[in-house]
Design a protein around this ligand. Structure first.
Ligand code: DAH
Length: 376
């Protein structure tokens, strides 16, 4: 075979291999096979030494020309492959800067509206000089009813749809408290009523100004009732506390809570065994739009029960009703949460549905304060 044919065959073969190389590694393998020590072009170059000088004159430049041509082709293909690899990498690592940021876990967590409203209540009443007290969810019949002036067999006990527990070893049947009113007695209670299991709040000496939020339980369930719900109780006991102060406290609370400049309240006579007189309070509202707006309009919405603490309750708690008097109120927390934040169904409060919490929940570091805003 003539040298010319040899060179053109090699050129065709190696050029095809260079074009077929799809990666830098396979291209390098082509380079080694052609130009390496034992490569095909190197082998051809080695034949120069055995040639007659005049043959070498033409063969030398021809074979070296092939060598340089192949080296140039490899170089060009190499830079093409490097460009392609870079392009592929850039495409793979593309970041869409228009996508929303993945929020940090602290930004994703949500405070339940009930916790938020309890914090708002605590902020408002602490500002008015009230302290916060708590009592046990599992109560005795004594604190839930008897001490609150519900006589044995009194029909008001039935109205409470009480969940009773199985009798204990002593035969006593405890219950899930049906309201937060028993905490009133626990707060006022003096040494003649020794602390019982679950006793949390130490007695407070008059003057007493305390709010008592917590869970309450009744056997009831529909769109506005759940077997477990929340109340906040208020109690003021001093030597001359009166209904005028009660009215002021409630007005101030409702204005602050609903974040409105003014509110009108309507007091209706009612009955609770533990207050005398007893009243139900309606708050002025507007129902003309789709939602209930508090503090405007000409409608009324019942919002809480209250009254002057019955002398029997003061006496049951070990204080002298001839010296001390005061007022109390009880309010549904879930209800005022629904009113302020517009949830239509109470049962959703207890479904633990993440989507509901994302929508109605509050950011964990936005603690409600009067100076920074309760709900902003
Ligand atoms: N405990 C009552 C209830 O759950 C609410 C209530 C009414 C509480 C009048 C009070 C009060 O302190 O004075 O229905």
């Amino acid at each position: 075979m003539s040298l010319e044919t040899q060179i053109s065959d090699l050129r065709a073969e190696i050029t095809a291999a260079i074009e077929a190389a799809e990666t830098e590694q396979s291209l390098d393998a082509v380079r080694v096979a052609a130009l390496g020590k034992k490569g095909s072009v190197s082998a051809l170059l080695a034949t120069l030494g055995t040639m007659a000088p005049e043959d070498r004159k033409t063969a030398g430049p021809a074979i070296n020309g092939l060598k340089n041509e192949i080296a140039g082709l490899i170089e060009a293909r190499g830079s093409e492959l490097r460009d392609k690899a870079l392009e592929a990498r850039l495409a793979a690592e593309t970041v869409d800067v228009t996508l929303p940021l993945q929020p940090a876990p602290t930004a994703r967590g949500r405070i339940h509206p009930i916790s938020q409203v309890m914090d708002e209540i605590a902020a408002i009443f602490s500002d008015m000089g009230f302290s916060i007290a708590e009592g046990p969810d599992i109560e005795t019949d004594y604190f839930n009813f008897t001490a609150l002036n519900f006589p044995e067999g009194h029909p008001a006990r039935e109205m409470h749809d009480t969940f009773f527990l199985k009798p204990g070893a002593d035969g006593e049947r405890k219950l899930l408290r049906t309201h937060t009113s028993p905490v009133q007695v626990r707060v006022m209670q003096k040494t003649n009523n020794p602390p019982t299991a679950g006793y949390i709040t130490p007695p407070i000496d008059p003057p007493i100004r305390v709010v008592m939020p917590g869970r309450t339980y009744r056997n009831d369930s529909d769109q506005t009732h759940t077997p477990m719900f929340h109340q906040v109780e208020g109690l003021v006991i001093d030597k001359s506390s009166h209904i005028g102060q009660l009215r002021w406290v409630l007005e101030e609370f409702l204005k602050a809570y609903f974040e409105i400049p003014d509110v009108t309240l309507r007091f209706r006579p009612s009955f609770f065994p533990f207050t005398e007189p007893s009243m139900e309070v309606d708050v002025q509202c507007d129902r003309s739009g789709g939602e209930v707006k508090i503090g405007q309009g000409s409608d009324w919405l019942e919002i809480l029960g209250c009254g002057m603490v019955h002398p029997n309750v003061i006496a049951n708690a070990g204080l002298d009703p001839d010296v001390y008097q005061g007022f109390a109120w009880g309010m549904g927390i879930d209800r005022i949460a629904m009113l302020k934040y517009g949830m239509p169904d109470l049962r959703a409060f207890f479904d633990a549905d993440q989507r509901w919490l994302d929508h109605y929940g509050f950011r964990p570091f936005d603690l409600p304060t009067l100076f920074a805003g309760l709900s902003s």
